[in-house]
Design a protein around this ligand. Structure first.
Ligand code: DGP
Length: 116
């Protein structure tokens, strides 16, 4: 069994977070250490530790990450100028919380995708 993270507690509303959206598949809340004016995490409610653990049965929840990202980007007023959606995986990807999540980051020009 995969080890639960703090995100499971946020999803179950056991610890505080600024939750912006929740449905039966995903939960979205503000990142505690925002790297841009808008920095939201969108997570599947089911625990998938990393992108390496994705299975076909997760496709509905993972697709929902994108439709919720689109909705929240529009609500944040950043859709027109653009934004970045990021999923980090394991050590080289810089993943810190092992509950797969999509970062929705925007509200300023973000520069190159990767350090040159
Ligand atoms: P990653 O490096 O992709 O695993 O990003 C993890 C993000 O999770 C990081 O930007 C900070 C955020 N984070 C970690 N703990 C908490 C928490 O307890 N609450 C909230 N809202 N965000 C958290």
């Amino acid at each position: 069994m995969a080890q639960e993270t703090i995100f499971s507690k946020i999803i179950r509303r056991e610890i505080p977070a600024e939750v912006l959206y929740q449905d039966e598949l995903v939960t979205a809340f503000r990142d505690i250490h925002p790297r841009a004016p808008t920095h939201i995490l969108i997570v599947p409610n089911v625990l998938i530790p990393t992108a390496n653990d994705v299975e076909a049965e997760h496709e509905a929840a993972l697709g929902r990450l994108f439709t919720v990202a689109r909705k929240l980007a529009a609500e944040a007023g950043i859709a027109q100028n653009g934004y970045r959606l990021i999923v980090n995986c394991n050590e080289h990807g810089g993943q810190e919380v092992f509950h797969l999540h999509m970062h929705l980051v925007g509200g300023k020009a973000l520069g190159p995708m990767l350090a040159r």
